[in-house]
Ligand binder design. Structure first.
Ligand SMILES: O=C(CO)[C@@H](O)[C@H](O)COP(=O)(O)O
Ligand SMILES: [Co+2]
Length: 228
């Protein structure tokens, strides 16, 4: 499947997480933003909540760790039930070792880049990863405006993935909506995180379907989208 839509539960009602997860059944993954109030100026949830959420939904969990000391914590989120764990390049002391540990424990390994972090220094790491996440807002909060100056970085990352003949996914996160998803897809993204655009909609499941249809109109013709 080329296009994946991952609703972010950051925009959901945290008192009704199980119901909110069920409201987007049909989504590919449930995106879970973990924030520690150090790496980003906001605090969300931790390992026990992820364990409970993993039991409450059949949708696999896509963990986005916005925390310091990712090397110590990321493996614990695999054990908590995550199917994919994204650590930030800026927060990992030993990213290759960490990616290998995440994979060895049975999850997909992914690395995120804040808006000011370029992809080029990480080119040689790409084969160690299952996904790269390009942040299209400053991490920390949902509901921010999409940074279209990130589009060249998405394009460049897709070029590097193609250059190395890799099958990995390219995720975008932040301000993804009906107004921006096509530009992300045109630039080469195939995994789309959407928080406010899904949970702010009257019918979240329908919002997921609509975003998917929009992105698919773009990726249907893209050469890179045929490879997975
Ligand atoms: O990681 C983050 C924010 O740091 C995101 O996953 C947001 O939760 C996305 O929310 P929207 O921008 O789609 O409202
Ligand atoms: Co996120």
């Amino acid at each position: 499947m080329a296009v994946q839509i991952n609703p972010s539960i950051l925009s959901a009602d945290f008192a009704r997480l199980a119901e909110e997860a069920k409201a987007v059944e049909g989504a590919d993954w449930l995106h879970v933003d973990v924030m520690d109030n150090h790496f980003v100026p906001n605090l969300t949830l931790g390992v026990p909540v992820v364990e409970s959420l993993a039991r409450a939904t059949d949708t696999p969990l896509d963990l986005h760790l916005m925390i310091e000391d990712a090397d110590r914590w990321a493996p614990q989120y695999v054990e908590a039930g995550a199917g994919s764990v994204t650590f930030h390049a800026e927060a990992a002391a030993a990213p290759v070792r960490l990616a290998r540990e995440i994979r060895a424990k049975g999850a997909r390994a992914s690395m995120a880049l804040k808006p000011a972090t370029p992809i080029e220094p990480y080119e040689d790491l790409l084969p160690e990863l299952d996904m790269v996440l390009i942040m299209t807002v400053e991490p920390g909060f949902g509901g921010q405006a999409f940074l279209d100056i990130m589009l060249p970085k998405i394009r460049r990352t897709r070029e590097l993935i193609s250059k190395h003949g890799l099958q990995m996914w390219l995720q975008v996160d932040g301000g993804v909506s009906a107004a921006t998803i096509e530009r992300c897809a045109e630039a080469g993204a195939d995994v789309f995180v959407a928080g406010s655009a899904v949970y702010g909609a009257e019918n979240p499941a329908e919002a997921v379907r609509a975003l998917r249809a929009q992105a698919e109109t773009v990726t249907a013709g893209a050469a890179w989208a045929c490879s997975h």
